[in-house]
Structures are given as C-alpha cells and as structure tokens.
Design a protein around this ligand. Sequence first.
Ligand code: CP
Ligand code: NVA
Length: 327
Amino acid sequence: MGKLAFPYPLPMNQPLKDLLRTSDLSKSDCELIIQTALEYANNPLRDKHELANRTVAIYMTKQSTRTRLASETAVAHLGGSPIFLRENDLQIGRGETISDTARIISGFCSALIVRTYQQAEVDELGKYSSIPVINALTNDDHPTQVLADWVTIREVFGTDISGRKFVYLGDGNNVANAWLLMGAIMGANVVTATPPGKFAIAQSVIEKANSIAKKSGAKIETLNDPELAAKDASVLYTDVWMSMGDAESDRNEKMKALSVFSVTEKLMKSAAPDAIFMHCLPAHRGEEVTESVIDGKQSVIWRQAFHRRTTIQALLYHLTRGELAGN
Ligand code: CP
Ligand code: NVA
C-alpha cells in the first residue's frame, strides 16, 4: 500500500501546524507575523518564489470581498496559484466527508484557507489535513482580521502601548471575540462594550482571554456602557450588527439593543486626542458607525484592509515553513 498511497505531503510536526483560532497564536508568533507583514507592505515580492509551482486552496461557504482578494493576491505574491472553491464546486456539497476532502486537498495543495459557519468544521479540516489550515472567519473567530488590525495599530502607535486602551463597541460576534483574544495575547488594555445578554461576548471567550491575560499582563474589561468604554481610548473599533449567518428573526431586537453602541462623532471626541477609528468592513454607515466617523480623519479602515494581504502572506510564509510556535 505504501507505494500506491496518494502522494500526500509529509505530515508537518511543527508546534503550530494550523491557525484555527486566534488563541492558537503566541505573542512571539504575532510579533513574527507583524514584522514580516510590515516587510511585505513595502516589498510585496520579497519571497516571490516561495510557493513557486505550488497551489493554495481557498474554500469559502460565506461571502467575502477583502479576505478572498487578499488571500489570492498573497498567494500570487509568493509565486503560487490560488484555487478558489465553493461548497457546491466540491463533492462536499453532495455529502463527501470533511475528512476525505481534507486528505484530498492535502494531496495537491500547500495550504488551505477556509471561511465557513461552524468552527468545528475548520477544526476537522485542520485535524485531517497534513497541510496548514488557516481560519478565514467562522461564526466564532476571525484571526486573520485581527492580525491585520494589529499591524495597523503597530504602524500608528509603535511598540509602546502602555497606557493605551483598545476598545471594541457593538455586537459580541466573531470579530469581538478575536479582538479580545488578540488584545490579551498582545498584553494590551483591551475593552469591549456590548449589550448584556443575548448579544454579549460568550463567557467561554472572556474566560479564555482572562487566562491568556494572566500570562501576558493584559487587562481585560468587558463592559455594557459605550461611553465609559470609549473615554480616553486610543482605538474605537466596531463591526456590523448583523453578521453572516445571524438569524433574520433577531434583526429588530438586535438593532434596538445595539443602537446606543453606534460610533458617533460625540463618542469619538470622548476618546484620546490621537485616537483612531477601526472597522474590519464591510460597514453599514448610519448603523454601527456614522458616515462622518468612518470617512473622517481618524479612520484607518483602508490601511486595515490593505494589511489583510500582508498578514495572510506572512502567515502563509511562516506556516508553510513550520516557523510558528503556538502556545
Ligand atoms: N473583513 C473581512 O473579512 O472582509 P470580507 O468579508 O470582505 O472578506
Ligand atoms: N462579523 C462579520 C464580519 C465580516 C468580516 C460577519 O461575520 O459577517
């Protein structure tokens, strides 16, 4: 059987094979990715032969503008070819198992970037793939986004973040989870302001962030008061109120519960004088943020979007070389 086996790449034994969730990353992994991403910002073709003659699968069951464009461009800059796959292009759409699909993709590609609903699906793809699997958004997490956010934060504020407050306002969704966890890893004073109850951040995520904070020295605050959260903040971050996959039946209740968390000029003025506004995009102007804030002078949304490519490129580079340690 050995000789007849499908030519899978050898299983990788590096400490961190995949990026399945934000909390997989250590502080030194984040620093390495940030440094490489900053280099790729100025020199996109630094490693233009790294993935020469190789392919990277990008499998998405949800929509994407930035992540798809950033991923395909990142692969091209590393010399490889992206293969974009939708559920219904694959036999997975007709019931082939995730584990069989993972093995087959591992036989052809050097990495798999995946965006889908359930975190468990991404975990299973990681388990049965012998190649790195990167979470490009699930209902629970968005690790590649917060890496791009922290490259942007590094450019604006440098390495000394002491005395700075990094605030997320709005729905307790995947981006809020990732923001809290990434802030914990980076040793930041990271704050979320969400409604209490149904649209709050899950308790398990808060516990995870607190356990990371114990080691990193981060300060975690999960509040329900947007004004208290925003006061003297260095970053005000928000995201859409209705995420992909959210129940339409919750819309009215959600809009009502979240209305006081809208990032307005008044809220922005209560932040620190050098504060920036951040948003992962897509945005709904007039809901989670006013037009004057998102299109105003303090907004860094286009730089954040730019860094989606640099960070995914850095992740692909380090993961395929087995250079991330995990925690
Ligand atoms: N921020 C983000 O993930 O954007 P897309 O949904 O367009 O990929
Ligand atoms: N919370 C949003 C983020 C989109 C990038 C969603 O999951 O739809």
